[in-house]
Design a binder for this molecule. Sequence first.
Ligand code: SF4
Ligand code: SF4
Length: 163
Amino acid sequence: MSLSTLCQRCGLCCDGNLFSSLPLRRSEVEPMRRLSLPVVERTDGTPGIEQRCAALDGRCCTVYAERPEACRRYRCHLLTAAAEGEVSVEEALGVVDEAHARIRAVEAALPLERLGSPQAVLQRARHEDQPENGGPLPRETQELWNQAESHLDRHFRGRHRRM
Ligand code: SF4
Ligand code: SF4
């Protein structure tokens, strides 16, 4: 099974669950606007594309040939481990499936999506946890959310989270 199978089944680095934006070079701003991708200012003042990415259709990039440099260069921890043979593609697919299952569990525990709330489930959890949006979330939901974030931290972001 090829490495591309992994990304085709995953999409987490584009769907807003791993990141809330991705960096753009200044020279990429206009080309991305022409592709109708919303450009945002990141917390450090640099331009970025909002995630969930508007170019994502299911788990596929609809602007693949014109995607920005950050997308071309990005490899999560899991993809790197699979490319270097530290885990098999089959094992990595299991990790991807578990990530999606954990995210679905958070989604099922969240209040119904409201107008203006983020589309990505883990961003929505962050949003709903804020007092101005009715938070904090119930403890059971927070635990599911923490477990999902820990799984992403460990396997995709390549860092460990303190619970
Ligand atoms: S998070 Fe990793 S495995 Fe998933 S689509 Fe992105 S690079 Fe591929
Ligand atoms: S442009 Fe394509 S590869 Fe880049 S974040 Fe959007 S969907 Fe993903």
